[in-house]
Design a protein. Structure first.
Lengths: 881, 120
């Protein structure tokens, strides 16, 4: 508005100057004529005639002064809108295609923004927030940190505003007569302040509430918890809530927008680090430098780079390692940007997001090819208009600008639609992760200004991609040829149809690659669902029981376990059963720790370690894990007898060079144990990785009050679930039994990222195929309509309809075949990129290629059928028209 | 020259020549629009009637290109007029256009010259 007025003002001034100049010129011309002896009236008329059209002069001059472009643009836009309205079908299809292409990118962009880059809603300064993770020499990946180390880092660092503990914890809450699981965070007292989160009610934590042995039982609850459990009670502050048997005083309510700092979860409550022992069955750890359990963040000071911060923290870590050689030898600390967070759900989704981005780009390219195709047809339909404009003197540049303006309009409308689509689908990922067992999964996309800018940039770039070729083509129109009324002979048409054909080939190729990828991932998922993890997956039911969260100490828990096992024995149809601390393929990792092995000398700076599970007698039989030598644990392996262990085969190869280790000793958790058996390898974290070193301890010798029940049965999960829940409730109504599922289902849930990838690939693969099909249909239908006369002639000369049908079909299939060949080459070259998602499927799996081929051919046939049918029915009389 | 090309650059061609003429006129000293038109007409012994509809756009274009500059001043008849003056860049351009023109003129003259006697 303001700009326009300013421009008009500027123009008014130069107009006035120009006017004055021209007036002056006229006056001088008249005076000269008068001086030469003409009558004044004649002189005026002649001078004016000689001067020509004043208005025209002004316009040309004005154009030169450069203020006209905006006016032109407005004119182009107006005209563009008119053209688009005049061809609603074309505009609609083009906008739909572009919306899908741009939308796919905007959606994935929003997911990446919300999950990787700005993962914590309601948190200020996310750009300065980094993960703090530990490293250990000889151990890949990252570890947690100990509380004393974390405190030392905080004290000795100068480039940081804050070090923030944020450790995920779980508990059981009573809800009337039932129990319910809840997820929360154990945080340092500076948590809310450092994150810029102001409680809507009450306060955050006070600085002294971070330390002491269960010294400060206070809690801040989430807004949602306040609303759901306490019905928004305004007098909530000062009321209490029992977590793990300890009564906590509610001191604050977090704001609604804030859901915590653990990607994937909505937190229900927050407690200070001083309450660590209440939430950790393995005891008090705030003064133990060996106990690594802290996960957290650091807030960099403004202007400090990650490298500077890392340099400082590395030197502090080195000092710690030399100050405390017994605890910190070989240990380091790494700062990681938020998107590389190692502890939360973001890492699980990385492969999915990466694939999503690749797919989105594919869809965009296919959509652009489609629209380019449509524009080519359209430019042919408009050839008359364009040639008339050219011959009336429109500049080629101006004409191209007009075509680009129209393309920009299309893309602008599509971008707006895409943005709406992306906003609407920003949380769609969460649909793949249904909340289960009291855990609220949240994977929210963030549709912020950065995603908007991204969408706009993609929209503009797509214009360049899809509009450049048609625009160049149109403006090259041959005037003399095109102005003839029958322009079927117009040169350039051949060019154009070749161009359109190559666009179709391109689309088919891209779709083919997507279909192959979808096929590969689908086959991989099939393999996974029938893969052998080393234990039986179908006949074993499992559920978790967290006695610790229900406030049990280990003496009471042991008694409860005994009663529970008794009780399970009485359920009909149960073969064997067992208890264990850890559940394979669960979100909670197995315990792991440093080990020492008799007769094995590690390299300097290397600390051998292994994961371990504590299991009750009968575990191996229940799980179907074969013992290759030695014996199972018995009820005799208890607190009073010799500490024993069973090792997995991986460890035998690693530490005993394949010799039978039964009878030998190893040390874990500071205790020497005698090895009594060797178990076959199992996979317990991921099917895709190699088996990791794993050993088993008797549950009684390394007791845990939270664990899982395993039952080998012929019963269906539902039936058993009910009788099990009844029995647990009869023993103690305050314990929340989790769902009873098969181990197979447990594994299936652990493969959510793969399933998301499959869904995305399949969805977009089909979408791409559809787009390519539309492109193919358009091209064939158009080519048939152009060849009507020729086809009519053929009919007149006696060609059978079936021959015409074949003629058109073969043309379409030739394009498809070329596309598939091209796509196959591209797929062979590029499917390696998803190898990391594939389980026992080669990225060049021939079956995936064949399947994609069949699907693509069918789609192409379908797309060509209608045009071919129309061709076959061409009446001979058409040839005469 | 192909017709197509000629159609699209007809104005361009005229402007090219006109530009050169304007620059040459201004090379003899600063002048206002009417004076320039007068001089071209007089210089060509009335053969070249400068189309005023092209003169002012050309002046403005040359001004924007920096070949000439303009100031408001007063004519000998006490009229307020815009007086145009050649800049250094305009002088260079004039030299370049003159040599181009010379080549073209020589080339055309060569083609149009009557054939030599020996060929007749």
């Amino acid at each position: 508005m303001k700009l326009a007025r300013l421009l008009r003002l500027g123009r008014a001034r130069s107009d006035a100057e120009l006017g004055e100049e021209i007036d002056g010129h006229l006056r001088m011309a008249i005076e000269e004529r008068v001086a030469r002896g003409e009558l004044r009236a004649d002189a005026e008329a002649n001078a004016r005639r000689e001067f020509g059209n004043v208005g025209h002069v002004q316009e040309v001059a004005r154009e030169m002064s450069g203020t006209l472009w905006l006016e032109r643009l407005a004119q182009d836009v107006r005209f563009g809108f008119r053209m688009l309205r005049r061809a609603p079908g074309f505009s609609f299809v083009a906008i739909i295609c572009l919306t899908l292409g741009i939308g796919a990118n905007a959606i994935v962009g929003g997911w990446i923004e919300g999950i990787l880059f700005r993962p914590f809603p309601g948190v200020a300064n996310q750009n300065r927030l980094v993960h703090v993770a530990g490293t250990a020499k000889g151990e890949p990946g990252y570890t947690d940190l100990s509380f004393p180390d974390f405190s030392d880092l905080q004290r000795e660092s100068t480039l940081f505003d804050a070090f923030i503990v944020s450790k995920i914890i779980g508990t059981t809450l009573s809800a009337g007569d039932r129990a319910e699981r809840a997820t929360g965070l154990m945080v340092s007292p500076n948590y809310f302040e450092a994150l810029g989160v102001r409680p809507v009610l009450g306060r955050g934590f006070a600085p002294d509430e971070g330390t002491g042995w269960n010294a400060h039982p206070v809690t801040v609850i989430s807004y949602r918890e306040w609303q759901d459990r306490f019905h928004g009670d305004p007098g909530i502050i000062g009321k209490t809530q029992r977590y793990n048997g300890v009564t906590h005083v509610i001191v604050g309510v977090a704001p609604a927008a804030f859901i915590g700092t653990f990607v994937g979860y909505s937190m229900q409550f927050y407690v200070p680090t001083s309450m660590q022992a209440a939430f950790d069955p393995t005891g008090y750890k705030l003064e133990d430098r060996r106990a690594r359990w802290i996960e957290g963040f650091a807030l960099l000071k403004p202007g400090v780079t990650l490298e500077q911060a890392q340099a400082e923290i590395s030197s502090t870590a080195t000092r710690l390692a030399s100050d405390y050689p017994d605890q910190d030898r070989g240990r380091g600390v790494r700062l990681l940007p938020l998107w590389r967070g190692t502890f939360d759900g973001a890492q699980n989704l990385m492969p999915t997001l990466r694939i999503g981005l690749a797919i989105a780009l594919f869809v965009l390219l296919i959509a652009c090819a489609n629209v380019a195709n449509l524009l080519l047809v359209r430019s042919f339909v408009r050839r008359h208009e364009i040639t008339v404009r050219l011959s009336l003197g429109a500049g080629r540049l101006r004409l191209m600008r007009q075509l680009f303006t129209e393309a920009l309009l299309l893309s602008a409308v599509a971008t707006v639609c895409a943005a709406l689509l992306a906003y609407w689908l920003r949380n769609a990922l969460t649909l793949f992760f249904p909340s289960q067992g009291g855990v609220v999964y949240t994977f929210r996309g963030d549709f912020d200004w950065r995603v908007c800018v991204l969408s706009a940039v993609i929209g503009i770039m797509s214009v360049v991609v899809f509009a450049a070729v048609p625009a160049l083509h149109s403006s090259r129109a041959d005037l003399s040829a095109a102005l003839k009324s029958d322009s079927r002979s117009a040169s350039g048409q051949r060019d154009r149809s070749r161009l359109r054909a190559s666009l179709v080939v391109f689309q088919v190729a891209l779709s083919f690659v997507l279909l192959v990828a979808a096929g590969l991932v689908l086959r991989s998922l099939q393999r996974i669902s029938s893969a052998n993890p080393g234990f039986s997956r179908d006949r074993v039911l499992t559920t978790s029981v967290n006695l610790f969260a229900a406030g049990y100490d280990s003496t009471r828990a042991k008694a409860f376990d005994d009663r529970l096992l008794q009780s399970i024995r009485s359920i009909g149809g149960v073969d064997t059963f067992a208890l264990a601390r850890s559940l394979p393929f669960s979100t909670r990792p197995y315990d792991s720790g440093p080990i020492a092995v008799d007769g094995f000398v590690p390299k300097a700076d290397e600390q051998p370690s292994a994961s371990y599970n504590s299991v009750s007698p009968g575990y191996f039989a229940t799980m179907g894990i074969e013992l290759v030598s030695g014996r199972d644990f018995t009820s005799g392996d208890d607190e009073t007898s010799e500490p024993v262990a069973i090792v997995g085969e991986t460890m035998v190869a690693q530490f005993w060079r394949g010799e039978n280790p039964v009878g030998k000793r190893l040390q874990i958790g500071g205790r020497w144990r005698r090895i009594v058996g060797v178990a076959k390898n199992v996979r317990f974290e991921s099917l895709l990785d190699a088996p990791k070193p794993l050993l088993y301890l008797p549950l009684r010798q390394n007791f845990s009050a939270q664990g899982a029940i395993f039952i080998r049965t012929r019963q269906a999960p539902d039936a058993l679930s009910r009788s099990l829940a009844r029995r647990i409730r009869a023993l103690d109504p305050r314990i929340a039994p989790y769902e009873v599922i098969t181990l197979g289902e447990q594994m299936r849930r652990a493969t959510s990222p793969q399933r998301v990838a499959v869904t995305l690939l399949a969805m977009f693969g089909v979408l791409a195929m559809l787009l390519a099909g539309i492109g193919m249909y358009g091209t064939m239908a158009y080519s048939v309509s152009q060849r009507r006369r020729e086809l009519g002639l053929r009919t007149a000369l006696g060609a059978a309809p079936s021959m015409l049908l074949r003629l058109v079909l073969s043309q379409g299939l030739r394009l498809t075949a070329m596309g598939i060949a091209l796509g196959a080459v591209a797929a062979l070259a590029s499917t390696r990129m998803i190898t990391y998602m594939l389980y026992q499927v080669s990225p060049r799996d021939p079956r995936a290629f064949v399947a994609a081929l069949v699907v693509m051919l069918l789609a192409a046939l379908l797309a060509c059928l209608a045009p071919a049918w129309r061709a076959a029915r061409t009446a001979p009389v058409t040839a005469l028209r | 020259m192909p017709r197509k090309q000629a159609g699209s650059s007809r104005i361009e061609l005229l402007q090219g020549t006109l530009d050169m003429l304007i620059l040459q006129t201004l090379a003899w000293g600063p002048r206002y629009g009417f004076g320039i038109a007068q001089m071209i007409r007089a210089g060509s012994r009335n053969a070249l009637q400068v189309d005023t509809g092209s003169l002012y756009p050309a002046l403005h274009r040359l001004e924007r290109q920096g070949a000439i500059e303009a100031d408001w001043g007063v004519s000998e008849n006490n009229q307020r007029v815009r007086i145009y003056r050649l800049t250094a860049s305009g002088r260079r351009r004039l030299a370049a256009e003159r040599s181009k023109w010379q080549q073209l003129a020589d080339a055309i003259a060569g083609v149009m010259a009557p054939p030599a006697e020996s060929d007749a």
